[in-house]
Every structure is written in C-alpha cells, then in structure tokens.
Design a protein around this ligand. Structure first.
Ligand SMILES: Nc1ncnc2c1ncn2[C@@H]1O[C@H](COP(=O)(O)OP(=O)(O)OP(=O)(O)O)[C@@H](O)[C@H]1O
Length: 592
C-alpha cells in the first residue's frame, strides 16, 4: 500500500537519483545505446520532414516545371521513407539488444544479492513481494527501455521540432494554434483520466458484488444453516444497484467526453483552418503550407496527448527501479563460493554458547534468548524441550548463524563463530526441519541438494540409510519421480525421509533436527525414527524433541522457558526434580 502511494506521488528527486544507478547496468553497452539514440533522433527527424514535403508537393502544382518538381519531391520522399525504414529497424534492434543484455545483468545481480541477504531480511519481506521485484518490476523496465523511453524522446523531438518548423512557416498561425490546441489536449487528457478513475470505481464495486456471490456459494452450508439467504439477497442487490448507478453516471461523463472531443478537437482544428485560410486569402500562406501546417499540428497534438501515458509509465518504471535499488542497499551475508571455502578437515562439531542473548531486530524489547550458556561436546546428542514460544527454533537459528547474538558468544571447536567463513561453517551442519521443504524437481535432485554433484551410488546409499529407498524403488520412475510443487506428491513420512537422505549425503558434523509433531502413522514414525537414529550416530546433534524416545535417549536434555535455560540433565536426573518444568512437561506430554 505504502509503495502504491509512493508510485502515485509523482517522480521525486531522490527516486530519480536512485534510478540513475541503473546506468551501471547499461554502461557496458553504452556505445550501442548511443547509436540507438542517434538512430532514434534521425528517424524522428525524418518523420518531421514528411509533412513539409507533402506540402511542397501540393504547392508544386503552381510551379512552371510542374512534373519535374513533383518527381523531385517524390524522390526525396521515397529516399526519406527508405532511410527511415532502415534506421528504425536498427534502432529497434539496438534498443532491444541493449535492453536484453542489461536486464539479464540486472536480473542476475538482483537474484545474486537477494539470495545472499540474511534471514532477518526475509523475516521483514513477503516472498510474493520479492518475487515481483524480479519478475514484474524488471519486465516493466524492459518495456521502459525498449518502448517508453523511445516514445518519450520521439514525442519531445516532434513537439519541439514541429513547433520550430511551424514558427518558420507562419509564426502568426503557430501562436494561434499554440493558444488553442495544447489546451484542448490537456483538458482531454484530464477528462480521460477522470473517466478512467470512474471506470475503476465501478470495477471495484463489481468485484465486491462478485465476492458476495463467491463467498456465499462457497459457504452455502453456513448461509443455509443460519437461514441468511434473504440477508445475502439484499446485500447483493444493494451492491449491484450501486454498480448500475455508477455505470450510468459514468455513461453520462463518457457522453460528455465524446461531445467534448467532437467540439474541442474538431473545433480547434476548424479554428486553426479558419485562421489559416484567412492567411491564405491574404496570400501570406500557400495551400501546401497550410496542409503541412495541419499535419504538424496533428503530430504535435498526438505527441502532447501521448506524453501523459508515457509519463505515467516512466513514473512506474522509476518506482520499480527505486524498489530494486532498495534491495541492493541491504547488506549481504559474507558468503563464499564453494571453491573459495576454507576446508575444515578436522572440524569436530563441538559448540558452546557463552552468556548469549538475542532479540529479533523487529522486536528489540523482547529477549527471545536470555543469557544462555551451555557446551555441547563432539558426538553428543542433545534434546531441547520447552513450551511453545520458549525460543527453541531461535536457538537453532543462532547455531546456524542466521542471526548475530546481541551479547555473549557462540564458539565452534573453541573458536568464535565469527572466526570461520560462514559458508564453510554451514557446510558442516545439516537441518531436518519439521516442515520439510522439497523443491519441485525429482527425488534425485532433492536428495543431491545435500551434496551437489553426488554420484548415483552415493544418492542410493543415502536413500537406503534414510529408509527411503524402498518407497523410492516402488515408484515406476524411481529416483526420477517428480515430487510436485513443495513435494505434495509425497506423504509426510516420505518427505521426511527424503530430507533425512539429503542430510545423510551432506555428512555434517553437526545435525539439527526439529522433530515432526504432526502425527505420522506408527509404521512411518518407526521408519523415520530409525532413519534419524542412523543419521545421528557419530555426529553432534541437537534435537528439538517431541518424542519420548528421543528425549529418553538423549545424552542431555536442555529445558528452555522464556528464552532461558531453566534445567539441564539426563531424563533420569530431570524427572526426579520436584516441580521441575521437565517433570511437568513429561507428565503432560508423555503421561509418565
Ligand atoms: N522472526 C521473528 N521475529 C520476531 N519474533 C519472533 C520471530 N520468530 C519467533 N519470534 C518470537 O520469539 C519467541 C520464540 O520463538 P521460537 O519460535 O524460537 O519458539 P519455539 O520454542 O521454537 O516455539 P514452538 O515450540 O512453538 O515452535 C516467540 O515469542 C516468537 O513470537
């Protein structure tokens, strides 16, 4: 909404300044762009030459060597025509080439920047909005570069060039024309806009009335159960009556608009012709000159009228550029490409939190993690339990270095997390989340996401260890089975086992699991649990635990509440603690 408003407010200086940053992407192709611009100027100038020669053609009938003169002018017109055709072709070609290369650059850089932004950025923005940055905003720029900008320049040339030629032909008539024609056109543009806004109001009203139909038919069960049919009929009648009222009022304005067009436009034309004919009668103007004058007037009028929509398009494009540039102003995470990562062959997978506190940037007053201190040894299996909102998922995010602690420290193998390259560190971690996200491709692609370029054998072995191989084999297409968008074509348990196979393939030192709470049937639960046990073996693991089995088997249990670590110990130790949170939780959850 705020953005919409910004777009409508016109072109601000700051927005314009931001838009000039786009030049960086055009710069490599500025030579081609400049030639395109020259061609554009040439073709617009050629356009302007037309009425003049047409007028000359008419006036040639009065000269003595009439046929020679006519042939000469026709030849010039033909040359202009051919030249314009050639120039226009190359102008379009050059502009399209420059635009495509520039936009590819811009798309790549936007995506590159976007995907490297920290999680905190994605918390603030909606995915749909970001998507539209890359798709519709950049497409808008495409239209601007190829069409709108050229239109704009052409219109400016036609308006100023045309007026200059007219001034040379007849200053008197030009002044008269300039007093009448632009005024009528500007009025027509505003009137047209007003009518469009009216049509929009009507559309909204129609949409509202359609919503009533849609909602009540979808919720027909409720409508009938509450005996509200007549209430809905009245509601719908009111809306549709309003549509009709608005429509009729709009019709009135539209009728007035066509009368205005007839009177205004043709009236202006007639007035100019009247003045012109008067001048002609006084022998101050030739008939051909009057004709070309009228042509120029039509050209200029058309260009002034067209400027409004070009301006609106430019405004939109500047808004889109501004929004894009805002993304570039966001600080990236410091990530490293595969080949630049420092290998950590002896990474053990120990980690330690020292008095770590954290608040989300959008809620700085709420401490989500409060003074957390604990150490996890290599290969240890830690279960984290606690009531909803205790900060368990936030803890996981901290370990993955998605956020920076507000105070305190996070150490890996005794060294501060900031000592490591972020990508190298994350290379040694894997997460199996509660809501497994699968990409829309095949099972193979989804598993090998854990290790891009993994061999067939490695993928199969990982699938076997994850208890996924048997169901994969049952699909006619095996590993190449497509999982559907977000993996909808697989069951919950199957999705989880694919995610486990992915983690196995990654072979991380630190494993983070968010156990699924959604009820899997006992057979899949056993298969998933079995796969998880396999995965955890020999690795440091931190499990947000919901299952009794996990909690019992863990080497240590951390109990969190309100961002604090309130209890820590084995199941046996904690269960003894009278009135302890763990004791309560386990009584509630596990009926022990
Ligand atoms: N991105 C965020 N921005 C702001 N606050 C957040 C964000 N994510 C979580 N919180 C808040 O932080 C607190 C801890 O949330 P967290 O998700 O870590 O809890 P949890 O223990 O994992 O809960 P659950 O068991 O329900 O998943 C909650 O009060 C939550 O509202």
């Amino acid at each position: 909404m705020a953005e919409e408003k910004k777009k409508r407010k016109g072109i601000s200086k700051a927005a314009l300044k931001k838009s000039f940053r786009l030049y960086k992407y055009v710069k490599p192709y500025r030579g081609e762009f400049a030639i395109g611009l020259i061609f554009l100027v040439l073709s617009s100038a050629a356009n302007l030459a037309f009425p003049k020669y047409l007028g000359d053609l008419v006036d040639a009938t009065k000269s003595e060597d009439i046929f020679e003169k006519i042939n000469e002018i026709i030849l010039i017109l033909a040359i202009i025509l051919v030249a314009q055709a050639v120039v226009s072709f190359f102008r379009v070609l050059l502009f399209v080439n420059v635009t495509q290369k520039t936009l590819a650059n811009l798309r790549q850089e936007t995506y590159q920047h976007l995907i490297q932004l920290p999680i905190s950025f994605f918390n603030r923005k909606r995915v749909g909005e970001l998507n539209s940055r890359i798709s519709s905003d950049i497409s808008l720029l495409q239209e601007t570069f190829t069409t709108t900008l050229a239109e704009f320049i052409r219109q400016i040339i036609v308006i100023f060039g045309g007026i200059t030629i007219l001034l040379v032909t007849s200053p008197q008539l030009t002044f008269f024309m300039l007093m009448v024609v632009p005024l009528v056109i500007v009025l027509a543009v505003f009137f047209g806009r007003f009518i469009r806004s009216y049509a929009k109001k009507m559309q909204n009203e129609v949409a509202d009335s359609n919503t009533i139909v849609e909602e009540t038919l979808q919720g027909i069960f409720n409508v009938k159960a509450y005996a509200n049919e007549f209430f809905e009929i009245a509601r719908y009648r009111k809306r549709t009556d309003e549509v009709a009222r608005l429509g009729m009022k709009g019709g009135l304005y539209r009728g007035a608009f066509s009368s205005f067009m007839v009177l205004g436009m043709f009236g202006a034309m007639v007035a100019v012709i009247w003045q012109g004919v008067n001048l002609m009668a006084n022998n101050e103007l030739q008939p051909g000159e009057l004709m070309s004058f009228l042509f120029y007037t039509a050209f200029i009028g058309g260009s002034i009228g067209g400027l409004a929509s070009v301006y609106a398009n430019l405004q939109k494009a500047i808004g889109a550029t501004e929004a894009l540039m805002d993304i570039f102003d966001e600080g990236k995470e410091e990530l490293q490409a595969k080949e630049d990562r420092e290998p950590l062959p002896n990474f053990k997978g120990e980690f330690e939190l020292k008095n770590l506190s954290f608040s989300y940037p959008n809620r700085p007053d709420t401490k989500v993690l409060n003074n957390l201190s604990f150490e996890v040894k290599a290969g240890e299996q830690i279960a984290v339990v606690g009531p909803s909102g205790a900060g368990k998922s936030t803890l996981v995010s901290m370990i993955l270095n998605f956020y920076q602690p507000e105070s305190g420290e996070l150490l890996f193998d005794g060294r501060p997390a900031t000592d490591y390259q972020l990508s190298a560190l994350r290379d040694h971690m894997a997460v199996v989340p509660q809501d497994v996200f699968l990409f829309g491709g095949s099972i193979r692609e989804n598993i090998s996401y854990g290790k891009p370029g993994a061999s067939e054998e490695e993928i199969i072995e990982a699938a076997q260890k994850a208890n996924a191989w048997s169901f994969i084999q049952e699909f006619p297409e095996g590993l190449d089975t497509l999982v559907g968008e977000r993996g909808v074509q697989l069951s919950g348990g199957q999705r989880q086992r694919v995610a486990i196979a992915r983690a196995i393939l990654k072979d991380p030192r630190i494993l983070i699991l968010d156990e699924a709470t959604s009820a899997l049937d006992s057979e899949s639960e056993r298969l998933v649990q079995d796969a998880l046990d396999h995965l955890m073996k020999g690795r440091t693991s931190l499990v947000i635990a919901h299952r009794l089995a996990t909690v019992r088997a863990a080497d240590r249990i951390l109990v969190m509440d309100h961002g604090e670590l309130v209890e820590m110990g084995t199941h046996e130790e904690l269960i003894q603690k009278e009135d302890g949170i763990y004791q309560n939780l386990s009584q509630l959850q596990f009926n022990t």
